[in-house]
Ligand binder design. Structure first.
Ligand SMILES: [Zn+2]
Length: 224
């Protein structure tokens, strides 16, 4: 698990939003290999073993298809990188389930933090952060730059949380059979996928100003 990613992770407990505190027992060049994340509000801890963060050990301690993953072809990789608008930076991109097959190849396209939720195997541990068993997106609101959903992470609740954690302008990619969720503006679609972006939420921008004055527009950058 990438240690710097701790800044973007949140507890999924039913309480006010809370960051997590990391305790690294073994770390190599900024990657936590063994350790623990704890929530200061509900005291739940999540273990990290072999670099893999297990959100709920009872649910998904093991990959579902170890060592059977085949890499996607080059065209598919470039296509997904383009759909996600993958660029170097500190804000993470999240690949759900089977989309984790793209991690190694996407890592070669741009130096961006990749998070794999319930990936089919653990072969990308060390270059991507693997999280298993989280009931919903374990990230701070507006902290994620792109999300590729697969069919197993496309329930209404999971998709709603995915929208919530996306930064304004962040990209969401999903199968074309999934309905476009509220808060996402469609950019393009074909028979396989659609891609959309998180609509900028102006609700937090303060009172309107009088016409005739031209104050600088608030800059809404990536969170991190
Ligand atoms: Zn908590």
């Amino acid at each position: 698990m990438l240690l710097a990613l701790t800044d973007h992770l949140h507890c999924t407990g039913d309480h006010a939003a809370s960051w997590l505190v990391a305790r690294a027992d073994a770390a190599v060049r900024g990657w936590m290999v063994e350790g623990e994340l704890g929530c200061p509000m509900c005291d739940v801890t999540r273990g990290i073993r072999g670099g893999v963060l297990s959100w709920d050990p009872a649910v998904a301690a093991q990959p579902v298809a170890p060592l059977l993953m085949t890499g996607p072809d080059d065209d598919s990789v470039i296509r997904l990188a383009a759909l996600l608008a993958l660029v170097e930076g500190s804000a993470p991109y999240v690949l759900c389930g089977d989309m984790g097959r793209y991690a190694v190849a996407l890592g070669a396209v741009a130096a961006a933090p990749l998070v794999l939720l319930d990936s089919p195997d653990d072969s990308a541990a060390g270059l991507a952060t693997i999280i298993r068993g989280a009931p919903r997106m374990p990230f701070a609101d507006r902290s994620v730059r792109g999300i590729a959903l697969d069919a197993t992470h496309a329930s209404a609740e999971r998709v709603a949380y995915a929208v919530r954690v996306l930064a304004p302008g962040g990209r969401m990619v999903a199968g074309s059979d999934l309905a476009l969720p509220s808060g996402i503006r469609e950019l393009a679609r074909d028979d396989r996928h659609w891609v959309g972006e998180r609509v900028v939420d102006h609700s937090s921008v303060s009172a309107p100003v009088a016409i005739g004055r031209a104050p600088a527009a608030p800059r809404r950058g990536w969170n991190g």
